[in-house]
Design a protein around this ligand. Structure first.
Ligand code: SF4
Length: 74
């Protein structure tokens, strides 16, 4: 997907490394999962390792989802 085809991701989590002005996420890719999988570590996938980012889940509501790309600002 070309960079200009990326969706606009609005996010209020201002202590994330990828958070930008006007609540615009600056990440090239974000991984969203269900809260049940919140403890999974997908960081290695972004570095070319083989964690399963292709699996599918069912969320009961938006409040049951979370962003795995979140990386706290240092
Ligand atoms: S990576 Fe996730 S938590 Fe961080 S700014 Fe983007 S959407 Fe928000």
């Amino acid at each position: 997907m070309a960079k200009e085809d990326k969706p606009i991701v609005k996010c209020s989590v201002s202590n994330c490394t990828y958070w930008g002005e006007k609540n615009l996420c600056q990440a090239d890719m974000i991984m969203i999962d269900i809260d049940t999988h919140a403890s999974r570590d997908y960081n290695a996938e972004f570095a070319g390792e083989s964690f399963d980012t292709e699996h599918q889940d069912i969320a009961e509501s938006s409040s049951a989802t979370c962003c795995h790309t979140f990386k706290p600002k240092s």
